[in-house]
Structure formats: structure tokens, C-alpha cells
Design a protein around this ligand. Structure first.
Ligand SMILES: Nc1ncnc2c1ncn2[C@@H]1O[C@H](COP(=O)(O)OP(=O)(O)OP(=O)(O)O)[C@@H](O)[C@H]1O
Ligand SMILES: [Mg+2]
Length: 185
């Protein structure tokens, strides 16, 4: 397997960012050790889906035909569902037309089929740079034998602090900052 949970989280968060939402909220929490869990939730206040649209979105053989006009299959949600189910985890999606969508998925780190977590700071950097939503909020928490660590990120606050996210200097700073947050535990 060459993909990571970070790839999956990025993909699902991108759906939220592309939904017309003004606010996308991502929570990533990890509990290490026995009975551990990797869980993420993406909530957006975008266009949402009615029951039929949601059913289509989770069907591996359907895509909306707009973004990838020549491709006949969607990847995002069906891939998430398949990966969660095949590695002893689960998922839950709630959506309301015109109101927004919440995608929740969890994985069992003890399961040999769980993909590697991947590069979490790199994932947060990509997500904070998504265009579209006015605000993207990230809540990250980790719990293990070594103790507990949690922090929050806000796209508007970070962008303000760095004087915009559209130049190389601020991206280097952002990267350093995000990596330092993951280091101390
Ligand atoms: N958060 C969301 N809000 C509204 N609609 C969504 C959301 N997530 C998914 N959808 C709908 O489900 C469809 C399928 O999503 P999926 O991620 O599988 O494919 P995609 O986003 O169209 O393409 P890809 O992710 O491969 O670039 C989307 O095109 C969209 O219509
Ligand atoms: Mg998508």
C-alpha cells in the first residue's frame, strides 16, 4: 500500500473545501497503545447532499461528472469507506442539503491492514492552503503512554500572523511551525 491516512484526510477535507463552505473544521485525534484509535472528522457548512446524492457519493462507481468529465468512478468517499472497513475501523457520514456535511471515520492502529498515518504536519500545511473556505479550523490531539498533546490551528490566524500564505517565506515558516507542534509530546 502506498497511500497514507494523511492522504485520505486531505482528500476528504478537500471535498469540504470544494463544497462552497465558508467554514471547514477538521479534527484529527490519535490514541496510541492497546485499544488505540486514529479518528478524524471533517465538518463543512457547504452545499450538502440529499439522501440520493449521498447514496451516489458513497457508491464507488459514480462521480458527479463535472470535475473529472472523462472519469466514471469517484475515489474520495468510496475509497475512505473501503479502507476503514477493511482495516477494522468504521465511518459515518451525515449531510443535509443546503446546510453542510460531516464525515467521520476511525481506524484501528493495531490492525495490520491500517495504512500508515503519514506526514501529519505536511497534511495540515496542504489543508490550510486550500482556497475557498474563509476559515479552516484544525484540532489535533494525541494521547499515549508518553502523555497528551493537543493544539488548534486557524487558517485566518496563521495567515494573518505570517502576512499571507502566498509566498515562499511564509510557507517555510508555516512548515517549521507545524513540525514543531508535532514534535513536543
Ligand atoms: N463535503 C461535501 N459536500 C458536498 N458534496 C460532497 C461532499 N463530499 C463529496 N460530495 C459529493 O460527492 C461527490 C463525490 O466525491 P468524491 O470525493 O468521491 O469525488 P470528487 O470530489 O468528485 O473527485 P475527486 O475527489 O476524486 O477529485 C462529489 O463530486 C460531490 O458531489
Ligand atoms: Mg473529492
Amino acid at each position: 500500500m502506498h497511500f497514507t491516512l494523511a492522504d485520505l484526510v486531505t482528500d476528504i477535507t478537500q471535498n469540504g473545501a470544494e463544497s462552497g463552505a465558508s467554514l471547514v473544521e477538521l479534527t484529527v485525534s490519535e490514541i496510541r497503545g492497546t485499544g488505540g484509535e486514529f479518528r478524524f472528522t471533517v465538518r463543512d457548512n457547504g452545499k450538502g447532499m440529499d439522501a440520493a446524492e449521498l447514496k451516489r457519493a458513497v457508491d464507488p462507481f459514480v462521480t458527479d461528472g463535472i470535475k473529472h468529465p472523462r472519469r466514471k468512478v469517484g475515489l474520495g468517499l468510496p475509497f475512505l469507506i473501503q479502507t476503514a472497513e477493511q482495516s477494522g475501523g468504521g465511518w459515518d457520514i451525515k449531510s443535509e442539503k443546503g446546510k453542510g456535511t460531516t464525515v467521520n471515520a476511525w481506524f484501528d492502529p493495531a490492525n495490520v491492514d491500517m495504512p500508515p498515518v503519514g506526514d501529519v504536519p505536511g497534511m495540515f500545511r496542504s489543508i490550510l492552503m486550500f482556497q475557498g473556505p474563509q476559515e479552516i479550523r484544525i484540532t489535533r490531539s494525541r494521547r499515549g503512554e508518553g502523555g497528551e498533546n493537543s493544539y488548534e490551528l486557524s487558517k485566518t490566524e496563521i495567515s494573518e500572523a505570517l502576512g499571507g500564505l502566498d509566498n515562499t517565506g511564509s510557507l517555510v515558516l508555516l512548515d517549521k511551525y507545524l513540525r514543531s507542534l508535532e514534535e513536543d509530546e
